[in-house]
Design a protein around this ligand. Structure first.
Ligand code: HEC
Length: 167
């Protein structure tokens, strides 16, 4: 049955469509948000897609000496990694994400944090490259070695200011 047929059936049956929809729509939306909030599990690929964005933004924030923004992006990367462990403790049979994560990424994340705190440009670049290597080491460890992360070239997020706000 196509949509027009369904609609005309409803009208013919005297269903007051508009009024009913207006009453139930907000409730339905609330339910949807509830369900989404409690049961929604982000896929590993989704978490990683967001991590890729953060990784790029982190680079441009650090490059611009915007340490507040860099610190924020680093926190977001950490949260993504926490989600990876929480939702995908084992990625495909023999890849215990929690162990692998600790092995590869804990150190570069901590180094980056102290570089950002110290507003140390040289240390930032070094630990950023270390983080990038760690991304790839993990990809290799979980048989995703074809996903290769590198320093970003040009900034893609032209709708966001990366320089420190002047006022
Ligand atoms: C714990 C190991 C681990 C670490 C650390 C890790 N990744 Fe991943 N990454 C994965 C796995 C597993 C996949 C494959 C996900 C899938 O197939 O659903 C993946 C996939 C990806 C993808 C492909 C997503 C897509 O849809 O194209 C990107 C991009 C990515 N990771 C970026 C990063 C970046 C950037 C870092 C470092 C900041 C990083 N990853 C660190 C395990 C890791």
């Amino acid at each position: 049955m196509n949509r027009n047929v369904i609609l005309s059936c409803l009208c013919a049956a005297g269903v007051s469509f508009g009024a009913h929809a207006a009453e139930t729509a907000p409730v339905a939306m609330e339910k949807q948000i509830e369900v989404h909030g409690e049961n929604y599990v982000p896929g590993m690929g989704e978490i990683m897609g967001a991590t890729q964005m953060r990784h790029a933004k982190l680079w441009f924030a650090g490059k611009a000496g915007n340490w507040d923004l860099a610190g924020y992006e680093l926190d977001e990367i950490r949260e993504g990694m926490d989600d990876a462990v929480k939702y995908h403790p084992v990625f495909k049979k023999d890849a215990p994400i929690a162990d692998i994560l600790d092995k590869f990424i804990a150190q570069p994340l901590n180094d980056l944090e102290s570089a950002i705190k110290a507003k140390d440009n040289v240390k930032f670049r070094k630990s950023f490259d270390h983080l990038t290597r760690a991304c790839n080491e993990c990809h290799q460890a979980v048989s995703q070695g074809f996903i290769v992360i590198k320093r970003p070239g040009t900034l893609q997020y032209t709708n966001q200011e990366f320089a420190v706000r002047k006022n």
